[in-house]
Write a protein that binds this ligand. Sequence first.
Ligand code: UT7
Length: 329
Amino acid sequence: MTQLHPVGIAGTGLCVPSRRVTNDDLAKVMDTNDEWITQRTGIRERRWIEDDRNCSDLATDAARQALEASGLGPEDLDMIVLGTVSGDCVFPSVACQVQENLGAKNAAAFDVNAACTGFLTALHTAQAFIASGTARNVLAIGTEALSRIVDKTDRGSAIIFGDGAGAAVLRRHEDCGRGEILKTHLGSDGSGHDLIILPMGGSAHFHNMPSYDPSKHFIQLKGREVYRFAVNKMAEMIRWAMDGLDPDEVCCIVPHQVNQRIIEGALERLDVDEEKVVVNIDRYGNTSAGSVPIALHEANERGLLIPGKYVVLVAFGAGLNWGATLIRW
Ligand code: UT7
């Protein structure tokens, strides 16, 4: 992409619910156990949203933290782009609710629907608006309340997913002097659209249709098929992001927290130091659009993002969609 204005990340933030759900908790309500979940996924616990909160609340708290870190106020924002598949309503957008919650009255606000690639899609959209000179300060968010849309008796899906949100404030690089986004790639393959799907709530599936099926209110996941795609795509995207770079100059790789074994499977195909790969799936599970920005913020807090070194973000998920971003921190 030709960039009139190089773009930087001025601040990051996260919000995860306080309610912890361990593997043992799940084993009380479905036929599973801690050993299976830990060995097959790396997940030990996940967070589920409190009964009195919604997806937009998580997004708002993450956004407030990112704004504070950036030194900007809500009225400085001229756009909010938000990735989610578990928004408060089918419409209007969660981004508009966040705009109202923040008091970001000068910001246009809209959602993008790219599942686990939601944050990278929001980030790339934000970057494009700033790079072209159309916007100056943009908030990119990934947020999910997936526990509200999984069948809590389905051991094939409920064990994986968790709730949480992450956010980043993007500005012209000349305005913030850090986190310069050097390149981003997004891709899609709609032939895999039924591998991870939530049919109900869309207009093709409705309550009084002859073939109404209540299970269609929940995420339907063909995990084994996604597994193969995910290992290959994660390796391919990291290779793309690091092409031409000295691996020693890369300080951090932030992958979508899909499954510990998928991350390890991808790394086996690459010449990458495992220590540089941020993994928090043991504590949060797979938070879809929340996953990459939560891990990015934690890496930021832990001082793993070293000024002048490269950071790689990589994600993939329902659609199928995928993406990667290379940043010079
Ligand atoms: O972010 C994008 C969305 N995420 C994904 O799409 C996830 C990608 N896929 C995965 O992470 C893995 O495929 C899963 C974690 C979903 C499943 O792991 P797996 O190693 O692919 O297991 P499997 O589905 O091949 O099942 C193996 C066995 C089966 O039993 P049999 O047929 O071998 O007797 C399952 O019935 O494990 C059984 N099983 C379980 N057992 C205990 C499946 N889920 C569970 C469970 N607890 N939760």
